[in-house]
Design a protein around this ligand. Sequence first.
Ligand code: URA
Length: 433
Amino acid sequence: MRTYDIIKKKRDGYALSNEEIRFFIDGYVKGDIPDYQASALCMAIFYKGMNVDETTALTLAIRDSGDVLDFSEINGVRVDKHSTGGVGDKTSLVVAPIVASLGVKVAKMSGRGLGHTGGTVDKLESIEGFKVDLDSKTFIDIVNRVGIAIVGQSATLAPADKMLYALRDVTATVDSMPLIASSIMGKKLAADDDCIVLDVKTGSGSFMKTVEESKQLASLMVDIGKKAGKKMLALITDMDIPLGYAIGNALEVKEAIDTLKGNGPRDFTEVCVALASNMLHLAGHGSEEECEQKVYSAINNGSALNTFIEMVKAQEGNVEWIKSPELFPTARYLRQVKAEKSGYINRVDTEGYGISALLLGAGRNTKEDKIDYSAGIILSKKTGDYVKSGEVLATLYTNDKEKLASAEKKFLSSTFIEDEKPILRPLIIDKVK
Ligand code: URA
């Protein structure tokens, strides 16, 4: 078998066999297939797509490219949640401690930022001392003791995904349905969870821009997970507007802490409550209505925040920062972005907001880039709000003054102010079971 022939076959629009897909994944992980051939194949997949059998074969090959974990030493039902990626999407920081405080075990492996979207691991690393690399014994001990641990994807878990994820990030091949489905489900199936809730984002800040595409992606992942014996459910949630008001790592952790205290933004809280309720329901903790009540009580009685604090302590993060969020370092430079005319914010290009935050230092342009944890954006106005000319739309934060101008330009060109008040769609758009 030759890699060249596999690339050519996909380039010409034919379906790849299970053997060809395995040959590619095994060869890429071993280093026999170079990045330039892997990029060419990803681009061919981007243009020609993959059918369900090919996507399933790619998912299983990614799963089998490394260790398949055994969580049988964790006591209780294990539930995971994974987002397809968004802007201001800090839901895992809120949802995971809520359900863990209610008796469900969350042994979570999270990702770093990808393209214009943020990643949970980068956000957690903005907490002083927080360790995202734990050996498996420590990880399992913390989950049994605290109910939750969140770590980065270890080098031995789905290494094919780790390599492809970084490659796709810099070769404009992220937003492909089979590549997203196999990336997410390949690593989810390598972890040993009983139930998985997927948060499939849709809209301008998501990799899938239309509801139709997002539903298709959700059904594909739910079917792959069910075939592998997992209890699965996906919510399709809105990403035409950033979630909450904070975009950028430390800024988002602070907003997550506010939300765990019951003082979070309305939209962000609604999405967190829906995800957490569905995780609990899937884990067999009652009807959806009962689970929603439990979620609200975990926020209101402080147990969710307490679980988050216990997790940060167990993972060696500085809990004083969680108790007093003003201790998070703030960026040296800030700039207020002002409206250039009066009117309603009719729509925003949420991906553009993500790129503006990335330009400020909150994300990576290359695999090697270091994150500026205090960089990002705090929105003052969101879609549907009326603004007067000269009114502050947002504040940009960075430690590199040079970055302010391009980030401001990107932010303004992503904000559309019109005379017409927009009609906002619901945040929870659909559910796929
Ligand atoms: N999240 C992932 O884990 N993989 C993707 O390809 C996109 C979002």
